[in-house]
Design a protein around this ligand. Structure first.
Ligand SMILES: *[C@@H]1O[C@H](CO)[C@@H](O)[C@H](O)[C@H]1NC(C)=O
Length: 189
């Protein structure tokens, strides 16, 4: 099922020219197209209107398509159409040219009929750039590195290949000093 097919609608933005886009409903797997409504869009004035709504269709699941000049976009939305109609028709337009590039029909219980809504692209949230933590690799990680698919990604990777004694000599030394101090205290008593 194609939920939203990328719909490239090239609307010639001639000053003050409005485009009439007939919308059709189609049962999946059937060729018969039933008129649903007509969308009037003026890219220059950012004007949209829905006219000629068909109020006598049979309820069911339909592909909704649009006739744009010579091209028919058969299924920009696939949804269950019911009476009374309460749907939003989103018109995605490019920011500068206001050309229509996508349509989508969505149920909205708060609206009556079919409500056309113009949408301009909004900038998405930008991911923060943070430096990765310095990681110390163990023998296990090194083993995994020989298998590139299992290797983990990191920055400033340091491979720790020192022996147990090299890594822990400080703790061993502290232990020895404490032992020497306590035994010296015992012998002094
Ligand atoms: C409305 O839809 C029905 C089928 O569901 C169709 O027979 C009828 O012709 C349509 N009406 C208009 C005005 O297009």
């Amino acid at each position: 099922m194609r939920v939203l097919c990328a719909l490239l609608l090239y609307v010639t933005a001639v000053l003050g020219s409005e485009v009439r886009i007939p919308l059709f409903m189609q049962t999946l797997g059937q060729n018969e197209k039933t008129p649903l409504a007509t969308l009037i869009y003026d890219p220059e004035l950012s004007f949209v209107e829905i006219v000629d709504i068909n109020d006598s269709f049979k309820e069911g699941s339909y592909c909704v398509g649009a006739q744009m000049a010579e091209n028919y976009y058969s299924c920009f939305s696939y949804l269950n159409l019911r009476h009374p109609l309460h749907y939003d028709l989103y018109l995605d337009t490019s920011h500068n040219t206001h050309l229509l590039y996508k349509l989508s029909l969505k149920p909205n219980l708060k609206t009556k009929g079919i409500q056309p809504l113009l949408r301009a692209p909004v900038a998405g949230p930008e991911a923060q750039v943070t430096k990765l933590k310095k990681t110390t690799k163990t023998y296990e990680d090194k083993k995994a590195m020989s298998n590139p698919s299992a290797a983990s990604l990191g920055e400033d990777v340091e491979i720790d290949d020192r022996s147990f004694l090299q890594k822990n000599w400080k703790f061993i030394l502290i232990g020895l000093v404490l032992y020497a101090v306590s035994s010296a205290g015992n012998s002094a008593q």
